[in-house]
Design a protein around this ligand. Structure first.
Ligand code: GLN
Length: 309
């Protein structure tokens, strides 16, 4: 029995909150440096629609790298597998998410997977739209459908703060432009990318996205298809192999569920046929994963025997 109750969530979040002392808030995006490390929250959105929550569940945060799963889903929906995987690979890197070095090592400069920044930039570059506003609109449309909430939007200050300081991401993008992987204006691409990363949610909204993936792309309440099952399967596979950055192997052993984290301190997890879990705690370990989030998922996965392995 792996169903999560509010008592489970409250108990384990209270138990692991203290681990925030073992991490640091991301500060390379100035607006994220202001987050309070002691804030924590969790929600489990079940297939069927129950949603127990714990901690500061009304608190909103930006999804950061979790957006990479959504833009991958969108690019696959819009262009199909064959086209997407000519621009981005399918293999883990064992490098940090912002690393540039394998772009030069791998020929012909294709980023190794869509969960590292280089791969995510190549994927975002494929999203349809005449300009950055339309592209952001496509991404927001998808996330609003998954969350069943039209109010979801991005945080302008966080987007702006990253846009002004995204020198490394610009370098990755220019490198790929030189190699013909990326086309068009890099400034426009950075505008879309920083806005997708700055999309703002609370744990309940994020957990609902996980519930859609847990339900093979179908709405957790109505069962209406929102993402094709094949696309959901590909996204979940990348979450297992690359979703927790260069800690994905350890996480697969210790937790064993598809998951994606973001440097804001959020983690999205998928428990097949059960639901989605979202955890938030801005203090990060040295790989960029929420320390409270990883601890909570480890405890719950052990107790509920979640591992897909
Ligand atoms: N916006 C962040 C960046 O590109 C996302 C990275 C992350 O969450 N790991 O650096």
């Amino acid at each position: 029995m792996s169903y999560i109750s509010k008592t489970d969530l409250d108990y384990w979040l209270e138990h692991v909150r203290i681990y925030a002392n073992n991490g640091d808030v991301a500060d390379y995006i100035p607006a994220l440096a202001n987050q309070s490390p002691e804030i924590s929250a969790a929600a489990f959105y079940s297939i069927g629609g129950d949603c127990p929550k714990a901690g500061r569940s009304d608190y909103t945060f930006t999804i950061q790298s979790i957006s990479k799963v959504l833009t991958l889903a969108l690019a696959l929906i819009q262009h199909g597998e064959e086209a997407v995987f000519t621009r981005v690979g399918k293999e883990p890197t064992s490098d940090p998410f912002y690393s540039i070095r394998k772009l030069e090592l791998e020929q012909p400069g294709i980023p190794l997977n869509p969960m590292i920044n280089a791969g995510a930039l190549a994927v975002t570059n494929m999203i349809r739209g005449r300009d950055s506003e339309e592209m952001v609109g496509e991404i927001l449309d998808l996330i609003r459908r998954l969350c069943h909430d039209d109010s979801i939007t991005y945080d302008r200050d966080v987007a702006q703060s990253e846009f002004q300081t995204a020198f490394l991401n610009r370098s990755l993008a220019y490198f790929m432009k030189q190699n013909g992987i990326i086309t068009g204006s890099i400034e426009e691409l950075m505008d879309v990318y920083t806005k997708q990363c700055a999309i703002e949610v609370n744990v309940k909204q994020l957990a609902r996205i996980g519930a859609v993936f847990a339900n093979d792309g179908r709405d957790p309440e109505t069962n209406n298809p929102l993402i094709p099952a094949t696309v959901a399967r590909i996204c979940k596979t990348f979450m297992v192999t690359c979703g927790m950055y260069d800690n994905s192997g350890t996480f697969a052993i210790n937790v064993g569920i598809p998951a994606k984290s973001g440097v804001s301190g959020a983690i999205l997890g998928v428990i097949k046929n059960e639901g989605g879990i979202a955890v938030f705690g801005p203090a990060l370990d040295d790989k960029g994963n929420s320390v409270v989030g990883v601890e909570l998922l480890e405890k719950l996965a052990q107790q509920k025997k979640w591992s897909i392995f």
